[in-house]
Structures are given as C-alpha cells and as structure tokens.
Ligand binder design. Structure first.
Ligand code: ADP
Ligand code: MG
Length: 359
C-alpha cells in the first residue's frame, strides 16, 4: 500500500486521472487548470463561446470550523471559492450546483442560514442556482459546489500562455486570510481553556484586526479585476487564482507556461493589519504571503508592452516578471539576495498548524 502523502495533492490527481483519455472534440481542456474548457456552440452561434466548469468541496473540520464560522459566511465562501476559479479563466460565472451533506443535529434554520449566504453570492455575481444534491453525513458537514461559466474564446485565459518576458501581476493583498485563521484558532483555544473554569468568559476581541477575520470568513472573488482588465483592453497571457499561496500558484503558472520567474519581495502587496499581526506572531509576513492560503486574489501575466496600461488598474500590483525556464523560479529580497521559490502551500503550514486546511 502507498501512503497518499508520498504523492502529494497534485501527484495524486495526476496519478488518478492519467489513464482517462478525452473522447470528445468538445472537451478542449480537461484536468489541470482552474476550470475545464468545453466547446458547445449552439446553432447560429459562432464557435467563439467557450463553456468553463469547476468544482470544489469544503469539509467541516478540514476547511471550516463551525465553532467560529457563521453558516451564512460559509455558504457565501463556498460559492466564492468556485466563482474565483471561473474568474481565473477570465470567464463569467452563470450557474451553480450546490451539494450538501449534514449530520443529525443540523436544523432547517441552519441550512437556511447557509443558503442565505449562497443567495447573496448568487445575487452579487448574477449566477443562477440550478441544482445540487442533499444527503446526510455521520462525520460533519460537507459542501460541494460546481460552477459553470462562459467566455469568448479569444479572452479565455488558462495557466499556460505566459511568455519569457511577461510581467507578473497580483490583485489585492496577500497573507491576510492566513493571519485571520491564526487569530480565530488562537481565540478558540482561549475559549476552550475557559470552559469549566470559574472565571467569566471573555468575548474575543478582534479590534483592529477585523479585516483579517473578514478575509478568512468572507473572501471575495475578484470579478472587479476581470472587468477592469476587460475595460483596459487587456487579455492576460496566463491567470490563476491564489487559493494555496503565491509560491504554489506561481509554480503552476511557470510549469504550465514553461517559464521561470523573478518576483521582488518588497513588491508583494501586504495590508497594514497583516504586517502588524505578523509581527505580533513573530512571523515573517512574506512567508505567510507566499505560503498561506485562501486569499482568492488573481495572479496573472501580461506582455511587457502593456506595462503602462496595467499599472493604471486600481488594486493591481506588479510583482516581477517571467524569465526563460532554465533561469528557475526566484524571489529577490530588498538586499538583493535570491531564493528559489518552494511550493510549500498549505501542506507546509499544516505541519506547524494541525488545524490548517490541506487542499
Ligand atoms: P483549484 O485549486 O483551482 O480548485 P485544484 O488544485 O483543486 O484546483 O485541482 C487541480 C486540477 O485537478 C483541476 O483541474 C481539478 O479539476 C482537477 N482535480 C482535482 N481533484 C480531482 C479528482 N479527484 N479527479 C479529477 N480531477 C481532479
Ligand atoms: Mg484555482
């Protein structure tokens, strides 16, 4: 018998899916990107529209902890995680299918809350709920969401397609969700320690850290970035959403695009609350930005010629550039030192933080 850890998450996916041939000419892209890409043009339609589809599952105890996750936020987040993968293809989400499994103690009102969050996400992103599945569970709650979207064939953006000299851009800021999770986990331990003790229970105080808590509990899929790119007339050469940390996602882009890369530490966008909390935890903030997960920002590349255009887009940051593949993947620190990027992702952090998600 082989331990799954010897393959790792991506090795396992490769291992399981390698013997499946694609039978249909309509299947343009299968396993391996943020979404699969299908070509189903209807009569009278030109063949310029592409369908994209993606699915993600969230498990209680692995991806969420109901002691501090409001169900409404959970529903919203489960939808955002999928919408984010559709936007990462430079596509527009259209439909959702929602499958849930829940234990015997779950009440109708709990599921109402979960669906209230999904409804807000559907409204904000103009997406139709069109199906799903409902079942019971002996091991806690699970939510699996599938999203279907579409894009013009000439706008569709995969992980492949970046060129040697392309600029590397990232939206928003990184590492905030990681510290949000650390704060929630810390408060959970404090709360657990107080149980049974005589002292009055204190409420967690997240004053000045609200943004970090919001980033982990209520992430936003960056439709605004996809729209801004479109308005600026920019089609990224490659794109991916950041669910596992900048390092790991950059490695995917470089692997699929057959490039190397150089990114500059001081250019990695970090929010003030993230930096302050990193200091409090005695942690290097860039370690969290590179390897923490769940930021759901977009990482993309554009040709050097579009530099002046891309820097005008609000909340988009230039962090480096692609290189020839033989030059490798490097992070440059402000003092000029170069470090090879490692894909530690959640798996690495999980060894220090047993409560962190692993996929
Ligand atoms: P993302 O982080 O963008 O959601 P993942 O890292 O989960 O993507 O998955 C990488 C690729 O592998 C995707 O194309 C996904 O559809 C595919 N994949 C993941 N798990 C499986 C599985 N059990 N069987 C088949 N394909 C899978
Ligand atoms: Mg993705």
């Amino acid at each position: 018998m082989t331990d799954i850890s010897t393959l790792g998450e991506f090795g396992l996916i490769d291992h399981l899916t390698r013997d499946f041939p694609l039978h249909h000419k309509e299947t343009l892209l299968g396993v391996g990107d943020d979404c699969a890409v299908l070509d189903y043009h209807t009569q009278g339609d030109s063949d310029k529209r592409r369908i994209v589809t993606t699915t993600d599952m969230l498990m209680e105890g692995i991806h969420f902890d109901l002691t501090y996750t409001p169900l409404k936020h959970l529903g919203y987040k489960a939808a955002m995680v999928n919408l984010s993968d559709v936007y990462a293809m430079n596509a527009t989400p259209r439909q959702l299918l929602v499958s849930i499994a829940f234990g015997r103690r779950t009440k109708v009102e709990h599921l109402d809350e979960l669906y209230a969050g999904i409804l807000i996400a559907c409204r904000q992103h103009h997406v139709d709920l069109v199906g799903g599945d409902t079942t019971s569970s002996l091991t806690g709650m699970a939510i699996s969401i599938t999203c279907i979207g579409d894009a013009d064939a000439d706008k569709l953006t995969t992980r492949a397609g970046a060129h040697d000299t392309d600029l590397i851009c990232v939206s928003g800021n990184l590492g905030a969700a990681y510290f949000g999770l650390q704060l929630l986990e810390r408060e959970k331990k404090v709360w657990a320690a107080q149980q049974g003790a005589d002292e009055t229970h204190s409420q967690p105080d997240f004053a000045g850290k609200e943004y970090l808590i919001e980033r982990i509990l209520k992430p936003e899929a960056r439709r605004d970035i996809v729209s801004a790119l479109q308005a600026a007339g920019i089609v990224p050469t490659a794109m991916i959403d950041i669910s596992d940390g900048l390092s790991s996602e950059l490695m995917h882009l470089c692997k699929h695009s057959h490039t190397g890369c150089r990114i500059y530490e001081e250019r990695i966008p970090i929010d003030y609350q993230t930096a302050a909390t990193a200091e409090e935890f005695g942690m290097n903030v860039y370690t969290a930005a590179l390897n923490g997960g769940e930021d759901y920002e977009l990482l993309f590349t554009v040709p050097l010629t579009l530099h002046d255009r891309v820097v005008t887009i609000p909340d988009v940051h230039l962090i480096g550039h692609m290189t020839a593949p033989e030059q490798g993947l490097h992070l440059i620190t402000p003092d000029g030192n170069e470090f090879a990027l490692k894909a530690q992702g959640w798996n690495h952090l999980a060894t220090e933080q047993p409560d962190s998600p692993t996929a």
